[in-house]
Design a protein around this ligand. Structure first.
Ligand SMILES: [Cu+2]
Length: 151
């Protein structure tokens, strides 16, 4: 193998590492809850609330019992319910995580609701949310700005 070839391979490996670093890495608690595909919707022109999304998987039966963020006054778990033909949001006291089952928080479904947004969050590229699980305890995760929602 030529030296140039080796350098090219090293450069390629570096690019892959750099890409991995800015994509949505899975974040895991010591006790087996993994979180991936995190994102949040850009707040619409000074809106006081916005939604966060992610996929949660727990090794054991667990529950998401609360959440908070340094950039919001309150973070709730919301679900969408159909009421007389109108979709509306309803807060959930907790979110069940059956062992080994991926629970998806996504647009149009269950989501995190960030309310009372700080001014910094209006233009933030990322927001930290601390998830609290009944068994797994606290797990800080970073939600990345959903670029498509910012247009
Ligand atoms: Cu909501």
């Amino acid at each position: 193998m030529t030296r140039l070839n080796t350098l090219a391979k090293a450069a390629t490996a570096f690019v892959f590492l750099a890409l991995a670093a800015c994509s949505n890495d899975t974040e895991s608690s010591a006790t087996g809850v993994s979180v991936k595909d995190t994102s949040f919707r850009a707040p619409m022109g000074g809106a006081m609330a916005t939604a966060g999304y992610m996929t949660l998987t727990s090794d054991v039966d667990d529950k998401l019992i609360s959440a908070s963020s340094p950039m919001a006054e309150a973070v709730e778990v919301h679900t969408m319910v159909m009421n007389n033909g109108v979709m509306s949001m309803r807060p959930l006291a907790d979110l069940e995580l059956p062992a080994g089952k991926a629970v998806v928080l996504e647009p149009g479904g269950t989501h995190l609701m960030l309310m009372g947004l700080s001014p910094e969050l209006q233009n933030a590229m990322a927001v930290e949310v601390i998830l609290v699980f009944e068994k797994a305890g606290e797990l800080p995760v970073t939600l990345q700005l959903d670029q498509a929602s910012a247009k």
